[in-house]
Design a protein. Structure first.
Length: 243
């Protein structure tokens, strides 16, 4: 996608003329920030294989800078290549008219490829979490409850949503704005708070050489205040735009 937009822009075919600033888009910007922060999901798989973790902070900083660079490249090339009124919510759909059919089909189907690989994993994880939440540990349940009811319970809601709506902006707004706030801000800060209490009881005053630079207790309420602000701004945006 970057290569195609670079070619369009270098040949003078860019049709995008974005304004210098659009303050009415700030509420949407909050929702996008929350949703784009999903890059954090890949961080544990990066940290685990590292044997010597003294420089892990620099590695994570470099990783976040790299992610930010790609986000910025995708965003700026998109707004200068495609007119704002025609810019699709699902960015890959902007390349359906590309002359090379293989490339256009591949980019159009790319979300299908990613969902086809991620959905089974997420579905199994959700099924197991629902079983842990509802079923009593140690009890034996029937085949229909264990292997039929809970898998259906996990896959039915997204299947219904996929059938009744195709408004991607609405779906990402809800999942990124509300569920995303809980998953990415509230739950992690709560786990950190109670985890630090347990670590203090078990380790005492021992210094953790791998401690985060954000280890001060004030960062926990700051994160939750930020989460509340994100929810307020995005809710205002939903009300104003009626989406």
């Amino acid at each position: 996608m970057l290569a195609i937009t670079f070619i369009y822009l270098s040949n003078g075919k860019g049709d995008g003329h974005p304004p210098v600033a659009n303050f009415s888009g700030i509420p949407t910007f909050f929702g996008v920030c929350i949703y784009s922060f999903m890059c954090q999901h890949s961080l544990p798989s990066m940290i685990t294989p590292i044997r010597e973790k003294k420089r892990v902070m620099y590695i994570l900083l470099g990783d976040y800078c790299l992610v930010l660079s790609f986000y910025a490249l995708l965003s700026f090339t998109a707004v200068f290549t495609f007119p704002g009124s025609l810019l699709e919510d699902l960015y890959t759909l902007n390349f359906t008219q590309y002359p090379v059919k293989f490339v256009s089909y591949f980019l159009s189907l790319f979300p299908v490829f990613t969902l086809s690989t991620n959905f089974p994993i997420i579905g199994v994880t959700l099924r197991n979490n629902l079983k842990s939440l509802i079923l009593k540990e140690g009890n034996v349940y029937s085949f229909w409850v264990d292997r039929i009811f809970f898998p259906i319970l996990a896959i039915l809601p997204p299947l219904i949503l996929a059938l009744i709506t195709k408004d991607l902006e609405f779906l990402t707004g809800i999942t990124g704005s509300y569920a995303g706030v809980g998953v990415q801000y509230v739950i992690p800060s709560t786990l950190v708070y109670y985890g630090r209490r347990v670590a203090k009881d078990q380790l005492g005053s021992e210094v953790n050489i791998y401690a985060s630079p954000f280890k001060h207790w004030l960062w926990i309420p700051v994160i939750n205040i930020w989460a509340v602000a994100c929810v307020i701004f995005v809710t205002i945006n939903h009300i104003i735009t009626r989406k």
